[in-house]
Design a protein around this ligand. Structure first.
Ligand code: SF4
Ligand code: SF4
Length: 371
C-alpha cells in the first residue's frame, strides 16, 4: 500500500530509469495524456461527465488522482502516432534519388493510468502491428520495453460498457504495476506487480504490506464499478448478427444522422487505418513520405481506380461497424471494440454504437439476409 505521495516516487523512479513518463493531466477542458514531470500534474480532484455527444470535466469533492473514466486521447497516439515520417529522398546530382529511412524513436515509454479497456486496446493493436507476418517497425520500436502502470476503474463514465465486453473494469493482464485507488478512510493505493520489472520498482515505493481490509476494499471498489457502467452491449452472436443484416434499413437511418466526420475512428483506441502523403520541396530535389491516420469514414479512403467503393454514408458506417464488431473476429480472433465509449462521447451528433446494435438486434428477423 502506498500513500498518494508515493505516486511521486513512482514517477521519479521511472524517470531515473530513463523512461519518458506519460499520464493523465487536465488541459484545455479535458483530461488528456501528456508528459508528466511529477505526480502533482495528475488530474487531482477532477472527474469527467460523459454522455452521447457530451463531455465535461468537473471538480470532485475529494483529492482522487484517477477519479474519471477516459478522455479524448488514447495511448495509441504514442504507440501509433497520427503522423510518422517514413522516409526522405533527395536528388544529389546523380540520376537516382538517395532514399533514407526515418530513424526509429526508441525512447522507452512509461504509461501511468492505463485502464483495463485500454490494456485490451493495446493488446488488440499489438495483434495488428506486431502479431502477424508483417511487423510494423515503427510500432515495434515504440512498444518495445513499454512500462505500464494500470489503474482499476472506480468511476466509469456514462458511455462506458467494458463490463459487457469482458474487457474491464479490473486490469487482469498486460501491466507491470496495477493501482487501485481507495478513498474511504485513509486515501491510499493498493499496488500489485504484474512483472519482475514491476516488482523491482514496487520495492522502491516505500509502502506497507496490504492487510485483509485493504484487499476487501479494493475488490469492492471494482465490483461497484462494474455495476455502474453507463451502457451495455449484448455481444451474443454479434458477428453473425451483423453479417446477416447487411441490407437492414437501420444503416440508412444511421447514415441520415452521421456527418462522416471521422471523430469516432480518431478517438477509438483500436482503429488503425492509415494513408500516406508525399511532399516535395519547391526545388523538386527533396521529397518525404509520411504515414497519417485515415478513416473508413472518408470517401477517399476506399478510392480504387475509377472511384470510391463506399460512396454513401450508409456503406461507410456499415463498413466501420461490421468490421469493428464482426469481421475483426475473422482477422484477429477478437472484437475490435473494447467498450471504452469514446466513439459515443465524441460523436458530434451522439450516435451510439450500443444503441445501433440494439436496434438491429431488435428487428433482425424482419430484414435478415444470408451472410
Ligand atoms: S468502437 Fe467505440 S467503444 Fe469500441 S473501442 Fe472504439 S471508441 Fe471505444
Ligand atoms: S463521429 Fe459520429 S458523425 Fe462522425 S463519422 Fe463517427 S458516427 Fe458519423
Amino acid at each position: 500500500m502506498i500513500a498518494p505521495e508515493g505516486l511521486d516516487r513512482l514517477v521519479g523512479a521511472l524517470r531515473t530509469r530513463g523512461f519518458r513518463v506519460l499520464g493523465p493531466t487536465v488541459r484545455d477542458g479535458a483530461i488528456v495524456y501528456d508528459d508528466l514531470d511529477s505526480a502533482t500534474e495528475l488530474p487531482i480532484g477532477w472527474t469527467d461527465k460523459q454522455e452521447a455527444g457530451t463531455y465535461r470535466v468537473e471538480r470532485r469533492a475529494d483529492e482522487a488522482r484517477f477519479g474519471y473514466a477516459v478522455g479524448p486521447h488514447s495511448w495509441k497516439k504514442f504507440l501509433f502516432p497520427p503522423a510518422v515520417r517514413l522516409w526522405r529522398a533527395s536528388l544529389n546530382g546523380g540520376p537516382a534519388p538517395t532514399i533514407v529511412e526515418e530513424p526509429l524513436d526508441e525512447t522507452p515509454l512509461a504509461f501511468i493510468g492505463v485502464r483495463s479497456c485500454e490494456l485490451h486496446a493495446i493488446a488488440t493493436q499489438d495483434r495488428v502491428f506486431i502479431g502477424g507476418k508483417h511487423v510494423d517497425r515503427d510500432y515495434a520500436a515504440r512498444r518495445d520495453g513499454l512500462f505500464i502502470v494500470a489503474v482499476n476503474c472506480f468511476e466509469p463514465g456514462g458511455t462506458c460498457f467494458c463490463a459487457s465486453m469482458g474487457t474491464g473494469p479490473k486490469a487482469d493482464a498486460g501491466y507491470d504495476l496495477a493501482l487501485t485507488e481507495l478513498l474511504e478512510g485513509e486515501h491510499r493505493f493498493l499496488v500489485e506487480a504484474g512483472s519482475d520489472r514491476g516488482l523491482e520498482l514496487l520495492a522502491e515505493l516505500d509502502g506497507r504490506d496490504a492487510v485483509h481490509a485493504d484487499l476487501q476494499a479494493a475488490a469492492a471498489s471494482v465490483d461497484a464499478a462494474a455495476q455502474k457502467m453507463g451502457r451495455a452491449m449484448d455481444t451474443h452472436d454479434i458477428r453473425d448478427l451483423l453479417m446477416s443484416n447487411l441490407e437492414h434499413p437501420r444503416w440508412e437511418e444511421v447514415a441520415s444522422r452521421c456527418l462522416s466526420c471521422s471523430n469516432c475512428t480518431m478517438v477509438c483506441p483500436t482503429c488503425f487505418c492509415t494513408a500516406v502523403e508525399d511532399e516535395t520541396d519547391l526545388s523538386g530535389k527533396e521529397a518525404t513520405r509520411t504515414r497519417v491516420w485515415d478513416s473508413c469514414f472518408s470517401v477517399d479512403y476506399s478510392y480504387i481506380h475509377g472511384g470510391s467503393v463506399r460512396p454513401s454514408g450508409r456503406s461507410r458506417y456499415r463498413q466501420w461497424m461490421t468490421h469493428k464488431l464482426g469481421t475483426w473476429f475473422d482477422q484477429f480472433g477478437t472484437s475490435g471494440c473494447v467498450g471504452c465509449g469514446r466513439c459515443i462521447t465524441w460523436c458530434p451528433v451522439g450516435i451510439d454504437i450500443t444503441e445501433e446494435i440494439g436496434a438491429i438486434r431488435a428487428t433482425e428477423g424482419d430484414h435478415a439476409t444470408a451472410a
